[in-house]
Design a protein around this ligand. Structure first.
Ligand code: PBG
Length: 327
């Protein structure tokens, strides 16, 4: 009781504050997402995501150098193909943007961990995450085969980890079986296990040119109101062989991160998504918030909630901020 108990004693100097700090963000926790496009000589800033670029494979060098210099341990690759079609066939083409980018990154920086996003929405003409039936419904089981082909092609190109983000039922088991069959049992699966149908993906859909041409994704992504369902999704994916579980988005779902982290003994990944990044950028550009302070507060809160790994468009900035004088 006051006056004996005075919590402010532990806040008195920066040294004491650092000693009693409970959560420490490390550069090794961060993954930097990148967008690779078909073609040559493309380096175009993504309007809705300042500081992030569409890059063709021949332009990857300087960006990969920045990642390596920042000591960020991993990148997550998204691909924008030359042509889209009904089934998203460029998703598993050996000459697709992701497959070529993986090989190029492994040549440039063999030690950098390369994670590939496995989904069809960037590759399908209709923008949905799977193959459609005659009524425009995504066909779950037919889609599994296409996703498996994409995952195997990424791994054959040299990816270390494949990350399916489609939310079809049974996809982790299908991918695991396909990878094992192709002698790729050493390749890990990072499952977007708990992925909500979220408005926070807005800027990404411009970045990946992957907006659904009709309808929305509520028939396969989760309802933002649900958390018990998150446990069920996570349990299924673990049973099917997921090596990592992901919760996405992060900021409006810190309770979900905590719940999944407490329940399952595997590395937990949180995706600090495009809309979360864009809100910080936009407010900072207007001078309404301090970007560094807010971004670090957000990343720390995601870690405090229970995430081990954070996918974030702020990865390179955060790495630089962590290297500077700590506060
Ligand atoms: C593909 C995919 C999406 C994101 C990652 N993978 C978009 C979506 O599901 O609509 C979103 C990433 C972000 O917003 O930063 N299915």
């Amino acid at each position: 009781m006051f006056p004996q108990s005075r919590p402010r004693r532990l806040r008195r100097t920066p040294q004491i504050r650092r000693m009693v700090r409970e959560t420490q963000l490390h550069v090794a926790d961060l993954v930097f997402p990148m967008f690779v496009v078909a073609g040559q000589g493309v380096r175009a800033e993504i309007g809705s995501m300042p500081g992030n670029f569409h890059l063709s494979v021949d332009q990857l060098g300087p960006e990969i150098e920045r990642v390596v210099a920042a000591e960020v341990p991993a990148v997550l690759l998204f691909g924008l193909p030359e042509h889209k079609d009904d089934t998203g066939s460029e998703a598993w083409a050996a000459t697709g943007p992701v497959q070529r980018a993986v090989a190029e990154i492994k040549r440039l920086a063999p030690e950098l961990c390369v994670i590939t996003d496995v989904c069809l929405c960037e590759y399908t003409s209709h923008g949905h995450c799977g193959q459609l039936d005659a009524h425009g419904e995504v066909m779950n089981d037919a889609t599994l085969q296409l996703l498996s082909r994409a995952a195997v092609s990424h791994a054959q190109a040299g990816a270390d980890i494949v990350a399916p983000s489609d939310m079809m039922d049974g996809r982790i088991g299908a991918l695991r079986a396909a990878l094992d069959e192709a002698d790729l049992s050493h390749i890990a699966i990072m499952s977007y296990a708990v992925k909500y149908a979220s408005g926070f993906y807005g800027p990404f859909r411009e970045a990946a040119d992957s907006a659904p041409q009709f309808g929305d994704r509520r028939g396969y992504q989760m309802d933002p109101a649900n958390v018990r369902e998150a446990l069920r999704e996570a349990a299924l994916d673990l049973e099917e062989g997921a090596d990592f579980l992901m919760v996405k988005p992060a900021l409006s779902y810190l309770d979900v991160i905590r719940t999944v982290a407490d329940e399952f003994p595997v590395p937990l990944v949180a995706y600090n998504v495009s809309g979360e990044f864009a809100m910080v950028k936009a407010a900072a550009q207007r001078g309404w918030i301090d970007e560094r302070r807010v971004a670090m507060e957000i990343l720390t809160s995601i870690k405090r909630a229970g995430a081990d790994i954070i996918l974030t468009y702020h990865a390179l900035d955060a790495a630089a901020w962590l290297k500077e004088q700590p506060d």
